[in-house]
Ligand binder design. Structure first.
Ligand code: ATP
Ligand code: MG
Length: 225
């Protein structure tokens, strides 16, 4: 479902090149769970951004379900980002003046789902995250773990086939973090959603069916159970 061929990404800072990714080759099949680990600056976030269509490679080709992202129009790319991918980041980028329900419903605005249907679907996903009673809370009226579950609910509301999670537990205590990881794993196992998970947690990396070890913009090592 995801194929990267010789993907490189170079940033230029004051004329100096930074090779964030160098010649990445990767195939991820539908339904896989892949942990991505590596030192700070090794290119993990860049890899996820490129797979999610948030950023484009300097060279090389990204193919999603047979479609080359470089051949996609802006509209097709926007649809892909909005409808096929769910993003979960380390920092909760929730809208501060919208409550939990409205935040979760937000991605459906772009898909032109009518408001009542949006709120209905958002409330269903919030329920599966165990957050029914927090629907009308604003982000700053939620705990860190609850906020992250709202983010996951928002990522899920469009029923994506792929979830890209970039250190989703980085800001949480270890117990809440474990819960969030369990939730993501459950989505992968029970709903067949492909999961790419950047993590610093060695336990998760060891238990994951497949782990990519990144170093200096390359996949230095790979392990499959
Ligand atoms: N927008 C940008 N402009 C310039 N350089 C960037 C940009 N984004 C990332 N980089 C550089 O690219 C390299 C890879 O960054 P990336 O964010 O992918 O690392 P990472 O593995 O996610 O690190 P961390 O574990 O700290 O999140 C780093 O050296 C970083 O400084
Ligand atoms: Mg990162």
């Amino acid at each position: 479902m995801i194929k990267l061929e010789n993907v490189s990404k170079t940033y230029y800072m004051g004329g100096e090149p930074i090779n964030a990714l160098s010649g990445i080759n990767l195939v991820v099949e539908e339904g896989e769970m892949v942990a991505v680990v590596g030192p700070s600056g090794s290119g993990k976030s860049t890899l996820l951004h490129i797979i999610g269509g948030l950023d484009s490679p300097t060279s090389g080709e990204v193919t999603i379900n047979g479609q080359k992202l470089s051949n996609s129009s802006d509209t097709e790319l926007a649809h892909y980002r909005n409808r096929s991918v769910g993003f979960v980041f380390q920092t909760f980028n929730l809208h501060p003046t919208y409550n939990a329900l409205e935040n979760v419903a937000m991605p459906l605005i772009f898909s032109k789902v009518p408001r009542t249907e949006r709120l209905k679907r958002a409330s269903e996903v919030l329920e599966t995250m165990g957050l029914s009673k927090r629907s009308s809370h604003l982000p700053n009226q939620l705990s860190g773990g609850e906020r992250q579950r709202v983010c996951i609910a928002r990522a899920l509301v469009t029923k994506p086939k792929l979830i890209l999670a970039d250190e989703p537990t980085g800001n949480l205590d270890s117990k809440t973090g474990d819960l969030i990881i369990k939730l993501l794993q459950q989505l992968n196992r029970e709903m067949g959603i492909t999961l790419l998970l950047v993590t610093h947690n060695t336990d998760i990396a060891e238990e994951a069916p497949r782990t990519l070890f990144m170093r200096d913009g390359q996949i230095a090592k790979e392990r499959k159970l």
